[in-house]
Write a protein that binds this ligand. Structure first.
Ligand code: PMP
Length: 295
């Protein structure tokens, strides 16, 4: 992935893709002091760009550092890197981290860097599996207590357990893993929030120890516009037996139906289909029209 054509925005300049490097003594590599964003570019526009740039700022502040560019500058840089790479649809990845001036836990003298890359990226899950619903297993690791980790930050270090769980799931033929939280309630996938449906009502976990995703909030708004009731509450894993539909949401995952979590089964039902369509209609009306035309 590091040897491609194209450009990456690095500390204020566009540099050739293969030259966007950092030193092995970067604090971020040793101590996890990096925060990032994941954004999608749809038909030339980055969806909810400013919300992402603001979240990047907030994520850094939670880790006790400041991104040395304003939200407006980050917005402009994200657009610039998409343009420089000739992208109309794609994925945008800003990342901010502590540099290599000082080695040790303390990072008072380390510079803060910002890089933004963008590339073409289709469906996060296999498109066919996506329509049938993806299969998930239960993860072993749990989302940590907010007293244990900076759970409100989209911090690189918090993904360590997500990668372990994603690998564990993939090894057994599953698409993703469902993580519980430290209390044992249903939390989220390794890179997406979760919704469950019964009797026409959507239930989703309280985001009190994991990311309150931008897609999650968008889908809650879309559901309410449709007149569906949405309940945010603690959900016990054994309650999964009561739900008929399930889907996950995220910038990369968009709205992806789930057919299976552990011993529980779900159908790709009307509410899930409606919200998948509403989401595509919102972010990329041209794709929605193409899907409709194809039947
Ligand atoms: N949870 C985790 C762990 C994630 O990585 C993501 C993706 N950023 C989400 C939830 C969903 O967030 P968003 O909708 O803002 O992409």
């Amino acid at each position: 992935f590091d040897q491609r054509d194209g450009f990456i925005w690095l500390d204020g300049k566009l540099v050739p893709w293969a030259d966007a490097k950092l030193h092995v003594l970067s604090h971020a590599l040793h101590y996890g002091s990096a925060v990032f964003e994941g954004e999608r570019l749809y038909d030339g526009e980055i969806f909810k760009l400013t919300e992402h740039s603001e979240r990047l700022h907030k994520s850094a502040e939670i880790l006790d550092f400041q991104v040395p560019y304003s939200v407006e500058e980050i917005d402009a840089a994200c657009r610039e890197v998409c343009e420089a790479n000739g992208l109309i649809n794609g994925y945008v990845r800003p990342i901010a981290w502590r540099g290599s001036e000082q080695m040790g836990v303390s990072a008072q003298n380390n510079s803060i860097h910002l890089a933004i890359a963008a590339w073409e990226w289709g469906s996060y899950f296999d498109p066919a599996a996506r329509l049938k619903g993806i299969r998930m297993k239960f993860a072993k690791y749990r989302r940590p207590d907010p007293a244990t980790a900076p759970v409100r930050s989209k911090a690189a270090g918090l993904y360590m357990i997500c990668t372990i769980e994603k690998h564990g799931a993939e090894r057994e033929g599953y698409a993703d893993a469902l993580m519980l939280d430290w209390r044992g309630y249903v939390a989220e996938g390794t890179g997406a929030n979760i919704f469950l449906i019964k009797d026409g009502v959507l239930h989703t976990p309280n985001p009190d120890c994991f990311l309150d995703g931008i897609t999650r909030r968008t889908v809650i708004d879309l559901a309410k516009k449709r007149g569906y009731e949405v309940i945010e509450r603690h959900i016990k894993p054994e309650e999964l037996a009561d739900f008929s539909e399930c889907f996950i949401t995220g910038t990369a995952a968009e709205v992806t139906p789930v057919s299976e979590i552990g011993e529980y089964r779900f159908e790709v039902g009307d509410i899930t289909k409606t919200l998948m369509e509403d989401y595509i209609n919102l972010v990329q009306p041209q794709r929605a029209a193409a899907v409709a035309a194809a039947g």
